[in-house]
Design a protein. Sequence first.
Length: 231
Amino acid sequence: MCSTGWRIPRPLLITLVLMGLLTPASAAASTPGRSPVVLLHGWMSSSLPYLAMGVSLRQDGYPVYMIDFPGQDNLVNAAVVADVVDRVAARHHSRVHLVGHSMGGLSTRHYIKFLGGARRVDQYVSMGSPQYGSAEACLLPESGGGQMCRTSRFLAELNAGDDTPGPVRYTTIRSTEDVPARATWLDGGACFHDIPGVPHVLEPVSAAFIAAVRKTLGGTCPGRFVVLPPS
């Protein structure tokens, strides 16, 4: 496991500041009572695809934060999530919503399950995250995306026992062009929503995905609630 004492490297903090997401003006534009949202990108990506979603959520009154992960290792990235959420929760005196795309949804769920995130997180939303693995990821090195392989030790530990721990509200959203639906469901109980015809890489910028995330954070399941027996 990673140490929870891991701190955000200065380049990541600079990214946050340059995007205007740690400035008083950003906080002042938020609506009282709206929990802050942290947007977390996927494998080999960055915060840039989240810009349109960030604008939409800020227009809805949410304080919005984005980060760039230092690499493709979920354990390291989960420690980054823990550090960012601690800072954001302390700043706003509030629980935090987390929205993760692809591998970012797995790093985030590791944080919730193993690094104390269940007490900090209000809603967890994943987009196109292979919660129970991807066959294609088995071709990648373990710390370079291979943790998404359906037979990886990382996923075996993440999915052992309760895969929706704590009082967190869980939502998984996928495109019909993405990984199989069963791989994105969470057995312990979560809202599940299919959106047709959006390529995986375009999910964060898709108007349909942005609308589904906004509806979810507003307190409504955009699809159906799924509870499955453990497989």
